[in-house]
Every structure is written in structure tokens, then in C-alpha cells.
Design a protein around this ligand. Structure first.
Ligand SMILES: [Fe+2]
Length: 240
């Protein structure tokens, strides 16, 4: 059981709330939000610059660079799966590790609460998560803009409705709105001011708990008129 102060406070009711709600919001301080955006800026420079070609990639394991795929059924983003210990370009190391230091204790704490309520088998590796950094190209002004616009015209969203495969997901606030979560009343947009962590469950948790903690269904919509013509950066910390 962790006793040290958490960088992001987790209410004692978090696991119970996740049983009855599709997701939790955990507010961040302005300095923490700034860290998230500095990290996004570093990753966006890397994913759009010459360093992109140096990122190791492995489509078959959740480690490394996974580029945007041309198939119109795939998600419209570049992403990088990072685990501590993997060698990143120097420009990314410090911010990325600082971001994980923000997210990992939240996952560990909520994992402990869920284990206390539902049993230790529900979460197995909260000490070793994976960070996925994602960049959805803008619909104007990017090398991939024409492709993503064309796919959007066919009805493809930035990310189709899905459940994450892992047990628990901690989402840092994205740089732009677009995340939608399916609840009892249908789809709801969850960005608000963009200064909160979003915590939700995945398929492993649903299966191991016999749907006591059902997996959260979510998607990312395409930009709407009036939205900034910018890339959308987001990141998720997954634990199993
Ligand atoms: Fe997801």
C-alpha cells in the first residue's frame, strides 16, 4: 500500500466511483498542465522532424513508433509506445519521465483500491506501465492533412469507438478537445478546460472482474468548424 503523498490526489472513493461511472476526472495544478504541454511540444517536434526517422518501431509489440497507417479503417495518428528504460532521443527524456512520474502513482493508487475491493488478480503490473504519446495530424497544413480529410469524408473518425485492451488507463489532458466517452445517456465530450486527468478502465479489467468494472467505450471525433487547425496531442498511461 502506498503512503507517500501523490502528485495528483486520488479520492478514497476512486475505485468505487469507477464501478458506477464510466470515468473519473482528477484535477491537475497549472504547473502540471504546463508539464503536459511542454512534453507534447517536445514530442510533436520529434514526430514531425528529422528525429522521427530515428525512432525505433515495432508494430507487433506495444513498444516503439507506430506511424499513421494509410488504411482508412485505422486510427488517424502517429504514436509512440514508451516504457521506462527504453532509450529515447535526449530531447524527450526528461519531460517524458516527469510526465510518467505524474501518471504512474495515480495508476498504482487506484490499482490498490481496486485490488482491495475486488481482489489482487484484477491488476497485475501497476508498477510497470506503458506511455502512449499520440499525434493526430491537423486537417490543414500538414503533410498528412489531405489524407486525413479524405478519410474523414468517408466517415472515419480520428479514433473509432473502442475499449482499451489493458486494465486501467490514465489519460493526460489532450491539447485539443475531441475525446468522447459513452455513458448511460450516450456519447459525451469530456475535455472541458483540459486540465484534468481522465481515468478509465479497459478490457482486461472488464474480463478479470466479470464486468464489475466494465471497460470504458471511447472515441476521438474529427475537428469541427471553429476548432483550431492544429495537431491534437494526447497521451495515455496504460497498466495491466
Ligand atoms: Fe483508447
Amino acid at each position: 500500500m502506498t503512503t507517500e503523498p501523490l502528485p495528483v490526489p486520488v479520492p478514497d472513493t476512486a475505485a468505487a466511483e469507477l464501478e458506477s461511472r464510466t470515468f473519473l476526472r482528477l484535477p491537475l495544478t497549472p504547473a502540471q498542465v504546463e508539464l503536459v504541454h511542454v512534453t507534447y511540444a517536445a514530442w510533436e517536434r520529434t514526430l514531425t522532424g528529422p528525429l522521427r526517422k530515428t525512432l525505433p518501431g515495432n508494430r507487433h509489440r506495444p513498444i516503439g513508433f507506430l506511424p499513421l497507417q494509410p488504411a482508412f479503417t485505422a486510427e488517424m495518428k502517429d504514436s509512440y509506445y514508451y516504457r521506462r528504460g527504453v532509450r529515447l532521443p535526449q530531447a524527450l527524456c526528461d519531460q517524458t519521465d516527469a510526465l510518467i512520474a505524474l501518471l504512474a502513482p495515480v495508476a498504482r493508487k487506484i490499482g490498490e483500491q481496486i485490488a482491495a475491493r475486488g481482489g489482487p488478480r484484477l491488476l497485475r503490473r501497476t508498477d510497470r506501465g506503458c506511455l502512449r504519446v499520440m499525434r493526430y495530424p491537423p486537417f490543414e497544413g500538414d503533410i498528412d492533412s489531405a489524407m486525413v480529410r479524405q478519410r474523414a469524408q468517408r466517415g472515419t473518425p480520428r479514433s473509432p469507438a473502442h475499449k482499451d485492451l489493458n486494465a486501467l488507463t490514465i489519460l493526460a489532458p489532450a491539447s485539443l478537445p475531441g475525446l468522447q466517452i459513452e455513458g448511460p445517456d450516450g456519447w459525451a465530450e469530456v475535455h472541458d478546460a483540459g486540465n484534468e486527468l481522465i481515468v478509465h478502465t479497459g478490457q482486461e479489467m472488464e474480463d478479470r472482474s466479470g464486468r464489475r468494472w466494465p471497460a470504458t467505450v471511447h472515441r476521438v471525433r474529427n475537428p469541427e468548424p471553429g476548432d483550431p487547425q492544429l495537431a491534437r496531442m494526447s497521451c495515455a498511461y496504460f497498466v495491466s
